[in-house]
Write a protein of this length. Sequence first.
Length: 534
Amino acid sequence: MTDAPADGRPSTDTEAGREGTTGHSEETERTGSEDGETTNRVRALDLGDGLSDGQDTPHALLLLAADRNRELLAEFLAGAATVTATTDADALDGTVDLCLVDRRHLAAHRAAFAARREAADPVWFPVVLLAPEGDALDAAVWSVVDEVVRTPVSKPLLRARLRNLLARRRASRRLVEQEAALEAALADLRVRDRAMAEAPIGVTIAGAREADTPLVYVNDAFCALTGYDRSEVVGRNCRFLQGPRTDEATVRRLREAIDAAEPVSVDLVNYTRDGEQFWNKVDIAPIHDDDGEVTHFVGFQTDITVRKLHEQRVGVLNRLLRHNLRNELNILDGYRDALARDAEVDRETALRRIDASVGRLVELSEETSHIEQVFDDHPGSVGIRPVAAVVEEVATGLRERYADVTVTVETPADPVYVNAERLSLGCLDYLSMLLDTNECATDDRRVSVVVRVDGDVVDIALSDDCGGLAESDWHVVETGVETPLRHTDRLGVWVLRWVTTTNGGELARAADGTLHVQFPVRPAPAASEHVSEE
């Protein structure tokens, strides 16, 4: 669109780039402004081919000279946007989604644009400069302007460019909302951590002057935490809580602080009397007599397993939102933009890629809901079940999801019980992850679930015929930390890890990729007890 002729005649269709645009002057309300200009507030019309994506109608501000070109532009946008046409920069408020401005008003209101951008941050606010073809622009323009449209311009091209800008603004708003939701979740978890820190905790006292620093006192909370009776622990060094996954470096730090009679605080993996592992926050401080000699050490033990798992969950979901989700949104936005611009992209290919991306988002949503199930509280649920029943649920679920997959199951002849809350969910998600992500040379896919009992330990071996769990994925899960460079692509193995940990079990990976889920054998529940049903 060009400037109106100096004699005030209406611009021709060629000058305005109208291409047969139909005016909508009857839909325009005119109100005078203080500077003598006219502010046009045009009601949004449903033209079908407008800028809206079916969401809230966008608000476009035309900060342009009051001439015929502005009227034509307002009529063009009215089909899909609420349009404000004015020369008053006060209209540049928080309701505006997109601003089109000419050189004169950009120069006059640069401070207003800067203030609007600052107020909108971190949501992106697009500004479009309308400039005649050949008009030279200085570099300072780009500190305010996001895109320059040279006039005259065709309607299809203008529509496509404005659609793209508004889509980018909507995507920016969505990301900000998602990050706000994540921050709210983090704040909620921090509140829970504080609440746990103030709950009753285990208290121990050990003799500093006796050989091997034996325990001389433990409280009821310590006994409840570890499962040991007081008579079983008094007189022993507290190292009996250590086990296979207790970190030696952390134990060494604890020992060195005690030898130096210094206070120390560590987080380490300990084991209950039944062999179930838990994260224990251990705080130890020396107790001095009147002469300043250390006579005892007081220790505080807090079960922080839930906190550790929540930290892992937040880290994984944070990576999921910032990496997987953003990648899929970028794919969707990219193909949508290409189709909107009529770029040289095969329509069927684009739709297929969009459909695949949507499918992956649905899968992520379902897996995320499983995480919530794992961390839900189940008051009154014992969770002790026959392992054969759990395995049968896994096999049934796999056969329903994958009709062409052969599922092999082996279980002991005699009933064996484990603490199995949500165990079938974790195993099913993990094996589904293998079937969905492992590349296999044959279409005849097979998975196996084999249960063995070794003394007081139940071992459930999960494998497929295409390599099992990759070593890189196992490293991430074993350390419990995801990074932008080292992370899993799916949540299935995390769901199984959290299910296993919350039930006091452990995971181990064999060299061939088989994942072993190990639990202590539990006694069969009494007839009056509730046996968990998943």
